[in-house]
Design a protein around this ligand. Sequence first.
Ligand SMILES: [Zn+2]
Length: 290
Amino acid sequence: MAPTTPKTPKKVMPAKKLATPSTPGSPSPRIRKSQTEAPDLGTELTFILLGDGPKASRKTFVVHKNLLMTVSGFFAMGLTSSFKEAESGIFEMEEEDPDVFSIFIHWIYFNRLFTMKTSPSSATDEDSEEWDCLPRLYTLGERLDAPRFKDAVISATIEKVKESQVMPDNWATYVYQNTVAPCGLRRLIVDFHVFAHQGKLLKKGACPDADEPEGDFLQDAMARMVDAGHSVFTTAAQMPWANPCDYHEHGEEVCHLVEDSGVASLGSSSTLPSTPLRRSTRRTPHAASL
Ligand SMILES: [Zn+2]
């Protein structure tokens, strides 16, 4: 017998309205969305080749062109210009690290950063590879002109700091040399040094592996110290990164944290969704790489 089309279910009034369990500060993510919000994926694909050597041996990612153009100004410009990439749909990016780039590709499709070596429940502050990876993700976002991705990296960094109670103290030189002002990660690093380390590391130039202290960083840090005054030395000093939006670039536009969780509006930091942004690399879905 041929299957019949499911009928539209009739509205049924529940006999008794069940109490909805709710946890303050952790709104439930919405799964259903308006049809008009569905992204137009289109049918065109873009090929991104990473590393050097023969083309056949390079790490290659295949991404929906429309999606890529939505998240990255770099690709949007390359794919609509008169450059050969717009014609061929192929980008050769010899300088980019395939492992770091792979996290960006997964974020495009899944809105999560697969950066952790362990699952969130067994995470420790010993995950040094993730500490190394986060600033590299941010500078990749800078090169690709991908502001929402950079916002996600800021959120992930703050998530890790809150979980581990460890503040990175050796990012200043790398981040200052690979970003331009104004920059959310620059401000976050300055705040780590001013509010968490109370300026104690500034005399070292805040980067043990650098020959020279990073001048712009020291200038920003000293200005922030002056702004903050004595408040940073009190035990009740508030860590200013409670609300990641203070370091995001979205301005008046909807924050990625709100969109990811489906929360209607972001009234204050207490309404920020609590769904972990960072995910274990072991749970990385198989993306379209060749
Ligand atoms: Zn935000």
